[in-house]
Design a protein around this ligand. Sequence first.
Ligand SMILES: Nc1ncnc2c1ncn2[C@@H]1O[C@H](COP(=O)(O)OP(=O)(O)OP(=O)(O)O)[C@@H](O)[C@H]1O
Length: 589
Amino acid sequence: MESIFQVNLSGLLKVLSDNLYSHKEVFIRELLQNAVDAISARKKEGTFKEFIEVELFDRGDDQVLKVRDNGIGLNQEEVTEFLSRIGSSSKSQDALRRRSEDYIGQFGIGLLSCFMVTDEINVITKSLKAEEVVIWNGRVDGTYSTEVSEEIPQEVGTTVTLKMKDDLRMTPDQLVGLLKLYGEFLGIPIEVFINGERRETIFNSFPWNNGGPQGDNVLNFGREAFNEHFSNYIPLTDSTGKTKGIGYIFPRPTGVATSQHNHVYIKNMLIATNNKDLLPEWAFFVRAVVNSSNLAPTASREDLYKDKAFYEVREELGASIIEYLIGLSQSSPKSLENIISIHNQALKSTALGNLDFFNFISDWFIFPTSEGPLSLEKIKKRGKTIAYVPDIDDFRQIVPIARAQNRLIINAGYIYDADILHLASGQDRDHVYQRIDAEHFGNILKPLDIDVYDKAQERLMKLQDYLLNYDCELEIKQFEPGNIPAIYNLSNKKLMDRDVGRIQDESNDLWAGITGAIYEPSASFNSKLYLNYNNPIVKKLLEKAHEGMEEALIQSLYFNAMLMGHYPLNQQELEGMNNNLIYILNKTY
Ligand SMILES: Nc1ncnc2c1ncn2[C@@H]1O[C@H](COP(=O)(O)OP(=O)(O)OP(=O)(O)O)[C@@H](O)[C@H]1O
């Protein structure tokens, strides 16, 4: 036996209102959407002057809201089919429920949202194609009644009347606010009446529809939408022209983790003010307002279907942003510079994922250098070799030397910078990119003349003995400024050796055993102390023996260089440093 599901309407309504709609006010959106769809349907039959009227009446204890349109209306059969049957819609194209390009609605459930604010929906409708007027009353308990009359004077169109629940009465301002929020850009004037008096007409158009977006008008629009003062905007469009809008460049730096807050309109109706994924992920420095006729809302209408069209549109809007920035480099390089300086990090992360964009924008990127922040373009002009230090501590140590030698060094220790420069080295044939890390640290320090070097060798070996306990190799170089006696350099591997060593010193046998079993310390010296032959103390120390003081002196240079490089001293080093000071004190007094 075939049977039909019985629907417990109040249960269904609870599910809808708790899970589908974020707030009760969306019933206004649903009523407007139905009016607009009915007008669109009638437009297919011929021209007429469309309108939507919204009236709010306070009748003694009751408040009544009426939404009237002169759209296509419904005949008796359609009322039964589409109003009395939940999930039935006149707007799906076929039995497969493909969404129609012409309408906003498609699911046949939108009208139910009215039950969040009323217990009874009254519809009076006259179809374009029928003589009779149909009166339909749907109640929250799941019952409904239909009546047909040929007497009631009713123009073609539909009036939906709701008696508002007592605690959900609206003020005229609230009503106007909601109508503006959802319906301002529908392209159909909404006339508002309060207790029989005309209050205002709501009608506006998107700034990109007035012969293309224009300056202040667009910026004001953005300020109202996002409550932010923007100074740059980007016209956005997909390849079909069915999704259009404006992207505003956020006026302050945004973190990579910042989410988007886009305003999305579908067929001129506001769907979301907090959309987080309409633009590609990397575009987090842009806030967009977009109107689309090729994207589809979900049943809640507060999100977008993630179908093929969605991903295409998303990519094409991203391309609009990149195109705009490329154009700006020609038309207003200063503005581009300004945008890049605010969103340096965001744009760097974008460029790493898009080679075309990288090739366009990388010269504009700003890097901290030994001479302050400089664009890559300016850095390139300084010479054939571009030296960068991917570690902030290494950079700090090397910077006084670089300055004294009039060499430009990039601090590439911040996120993305070393990757950007590495990528640049593969793209740029005119420069040599020199990555200066622990292994190559000595390369930028000048070697000694060979005869001076030979002479110093014997002394150096002697001094080296005093550093064996610290696992540090001595080297001599000469560099300016001469007041830096030594630079200490520790590779990452060595840093790890030190940490493991510390764990083994401080922990019990079990842990020490485990770390010993899983970690093999490096065999060779991994840290280096570069002595500076231009420094008078070092020179003296290398020229002749200082019996009794040598150990304390060379170790002091070692501790001093470590501290200058922001390296933490371990227990053994701290003790060594104190012992040295006591030794010097005892020698002096
Ligand atoms: N103002 C109106 N004029 C003419 N027909 C209407 C009107 N309002 C509702 N209808 C009819 O009632 C049907 C159901 O409306 P409802 O709002 O529940 O769903 P829908 O708009 O079809 O889809 P969705 O659930 O996506 O909104 C519509 O498909 C339409 O045929």
